[in-house]
Design a protein. Structure first.
Length: 236
């Protein structure tokens, strides 16, 4: 049994721990073992006091809904990119299985942040992430999206959190955002149009004060009804 004095997660590296006997342990990506081996084909490595103890190989499981969601994004002409800190070969395999367009692998949190900043200058960019290494990039993206089972810092960095786990709600979130934006523009148009027409008519005395107040109230009702349509409108 090992008793731990300290355990912390280091961005871009993995887990670092100090036990009761003051031994330093690392469990993480190839970055923690690169000084001790050139074999970078494993998922994560275990190092104790600068000695490589071994490694663990695991197979990543793609979320069942991932392929369907990515196909939906492609149907909307949305380009998909896998931005990951994992090894290139593993990322290419995942992208092939899920249908992702582009792979950018072996990225540190700082490199992810820089890449999102570059993409933001080209086009509005949405990032979906759930790990501590994704947090800076999530905050930098035009829209950062995380999930309810993500790390706490990822959820705090994102503007949108998908509830009920998984990616199933992503199409609805994107559709709701688009329709909300359209509704805001519609409401602004009708509000300006009403004021441009109604104010001169009232000022010229064609409407009584009481009737003007009634019409003003009705305009607010129209805008509210238009907004409430989001509850019943198909948004995906």
């Amino acid at each position: 049994e090992i008793r731990w004095n300290k355990i912390e997660e280091i961005k871009g590296m993995g887990m670092k721990a100090v036990d009761a006997e003051n031994n330093t342990w690392w469990a993480g990506s190839f970055n923690v073992a690169s000084a001790y081996t050139h074999d970078d084909t494993h998922n994560f490595y275990v190092v104790k006091n600068d000695v490589l103890l071994g490694w663990v190989d695991m197979k990543d499981e793609i979320r069942p809904e991932a392929k369907t969601v990515i196909d939906y994004l492609h149907s909307k002409n949305i380009k998909t990119i896998l931005l990951s800190g994992d090894r290139l070969l593993k990322c290419q395999q995942l992208a092939l299985q899920s249908g992702i367009d582009t792979v950018i692998a072996e990225q540190t949190p700082e490199q992810k942040l820089q890449k999102i900043a570059e993409l933001n200058t080209e086009t509005p960019t949405v990032m979906v992430g759930d790990g501590i290494n994704d947090a800076p990039a999530l905050a930098k993206a035009t829209i950062g999206i995380s999930m309810s089972d993500a790390s706490q810092i990822a959820m705090q960095s994102a503007q949108v959190v998908l509830m009920n786990h998984g990616l199933k709600k992503l199409p609805m979130a994107l559709g709701l955002g688009k329709n909300t934006y359209i509704t805001i523009k519609q409401n602004l148009f009708w509000a300006f149009a009403y004021n441009i027409v109604a104010i001169p008519v009232a000022a010229l005395g064609f409407l009584t004060p009481a009737f003007s107040a009634l019409v003003m109230g009705l305009s607010d009702v129209v805008l509210a009804i238009n907004s409430v349509r989001l509850f019943v409108k198909k948004v995906e």
